[in-house]
Design a binder for this molecule. Structure first.
Ligand code: SF4
Length: 257
């Protein structure tokens, strides 16, 4: 099986026929896959993703918190939030085809799956992965940093989008157009390190809710959740307080949970 890396594509694509035709991986008759370079789309189930881990756990965040959920953590991130707890996903990982990922997710026997990172949308093949999981009947959640366009993300995917607060050090990375790309079922998350972050978050939350659910999450080990709760009650903040449930269950440093 040959491997080819197209100029301008983020990841390598493999085609079992080995027919590449010079311009792209079409024609469909030759490869059996409807790949469209202009749209950055490839239906090849053997498209390659770089994956840090796939695991089964209790969903720790969002309105889906508490539910058994499969997680696919893709490798790589374009940001460096100062409180990041997944720096191990910045590099490394293993190459897996979409088929490989779907097969592994199916072994967990639940129909809720989250695609996360790192920043999963850095990999072009994240989109065909989510399309495949939707076709397989999953409720698909996507955790994304708010620094990447959501234009290519299928509407049925539940997008959980960060707005970076000043304390993250990544304030300038918030994309202005992302909040206008949300569907009603999507959620917006603020990770809050201190009172300055809280003031930033509550001001923006008033422009987002109730159109979209807003989540306020204290930095684990950095801001006391009870303090954040008091601020939210004082101001009648239009947001849901969430703690990272998995960290209370299994500890702050546990991986694959
Ligand atoms: S966007 Fe997420 S993975 Fe990337 S640095 Fe920030 S917290 Fe870490």
């Amino acid at each position: 099986m040959a491997t080819v890396k197209f100029e301008g594509w983020a990841t390598a694509h493999r085609h079992p026929s080995g027919v590449y035709g010079g311009l792209a991986c079409s024609p469909k008759e030759a490869t059996g896959f409807s790949c469209d370079r202009s749209q950055n789309r490839c239906s090849n189930p053997q498209a390659v993703l770089r994956v840090t881990e796939i695991f089964f756990s209790i969903q720790g965040e969002s309105s889906y918190a508490g539910l058994p959920c499969a997680f696919v953590r893709l490798t790589g991130c374009n940001l460096r939030c100062v409180w990041c707890d997944t720096a191990y996903a910045f590099e490394g990982g293993d190459e897996m085809s979409i088929d490989d990922v779907a097969r592994r997710v199916a072994t967990f026997g639940v129909k809720l799956v989250e695609v996360t990172g790192g920043e999963p949308l850095l990999q072009d093949d994240c989109v065909p992965l989510m399309e495949r999981l939707l076709r397989d009947g999953y409720r698909v959640l996507l955790e994304t940093s708010g620094s990447r366009s959501l234009a290519r993300v299928p509407t049925d995917v539940v997008k959980i989008v960060d707005v970076k607060c000043p304390g993250s050090g990544m304030l300038e990375q918030n994309r202005a157009d992302v909040l206008s790309q949300l569907a009603p079922h999507d959620e917006v998350k603020f990770v809050i390190a201190d009172e300055r972050d809280y003031r930033f978050a509550v001001e923006r939350a008033r422009t987002i809710a109730p159109r979209n659910a807003v989540l306020f999450s204290p930095v684990h080990g950095g801001l006391n959740p009870a303090m954040l709760a008091e601020w939210m009650l004082r101001d009648q903040a239009p947001a849901r307080l969430q703690v990272q449930l998995h960290k209370y269950l299994w500890g702050a440093d546990a991986r694959g949970v």
